[in-house]
Ligand binder design. Sequence first.
Ligand SMILES: Nc1ncnc2c1ncn2[C@@H]1O[C@H](C[S@+](CC[C@H]([NH3+])C(=O)[O-])CC(=O)[O-])[C@@H](O)[C@H]1O
Ligand SMILES: O=C(O)C(=O)Cc1ccccc1
Length: 244
Amino acid sequence: MTHPKDDIYATPLPELSRFRFDHTVVNVFPDMIKRSVPGYTTIISMIGDLAERYAQADSTCYDLGCSLGAATLAMRHRIRAANCTIVAVDNSQAMIERAQQVMQADSGEVPVRLLCNDLQAVDLQNASVVVLNFTLQFIALAERQAILEKIYRGLRPGGVLILSEKVAFEDAPHHELMIELHHNFKRTNGYSDLEIAQKRTALENVLIPETLEAHRKRLKAAGFASSDVWFQCFNFASLIAIKA
Ligand SMILES: Nc1ncnc2c1ncn2[C@@H]1O[C@H](C[S@+](CC[C@H]([NH3+])C(=O)[O-])CC(=O)[O-])[C@@H](O)[C@H]1O
Ligand SMILES: O=C(O)C(=O)Cc1ccccc1
């Protein structure tokens, strides 16, 4: 499959609409996410490692907000436990249609079920691995706690939640520095100042980052006794939370 270059924000757009996961984004998504999220490729590969370690026999692994299924594929190729199924969910019809093609072109043996649905409407059961890879950040703050509680209830003991997010920082100078370093990363990857500025505006009130402390507090309140960061580059981080 070819991966066209993301040039969505390359020319001045007179009316910047809110960022949406539509067909235009789907077409360039693999290029967009790799050039925009520091550590994305490493995180995807490590989700494979973690799935190999935590997937339990006769259980389900969930990829919530799966986009084109990068984390699903990483898990699919690494799970060794017998009789596992992966359920991959996204509420963008355009994403799920393309993810279907990606899965058909893949020869992995673990069965994958793709659902076009709001992850809040999905019933989670018998889970050993749950992935929220840069998804929770797009969901309203007031709804986040209930989602983590549902995940905790659906996990088996010994199961893991992998939560990756763009994060904010309490300390204003540090927060600004991380944003600047992230923008530098994007510039190094070929995005112009105009592209960076226009996408930033489109993401306002759509992608809502929180501090690592807020995430850990929420995980704890949901029941996860143990959670901590396993990866961070600038304002992009990933946490592991284990159900005891
Ligand atoms: N309520 C929702 N229900 C279901 N899906 C949702 C919802 N809100 C947003 N999404 C979906 O969450 C995904 C977020 S991208 C995830 C990358 C992927 N995990 C990856 O590992 O490549 C991250 C990014 O683009 O920064 C999109 O596909 C949305 O449609
Ligand atoms: O591009 C950005 O500035 C981001 O924060 C990451 C991102 C990546 C893909 C879609 C939306 C946001």
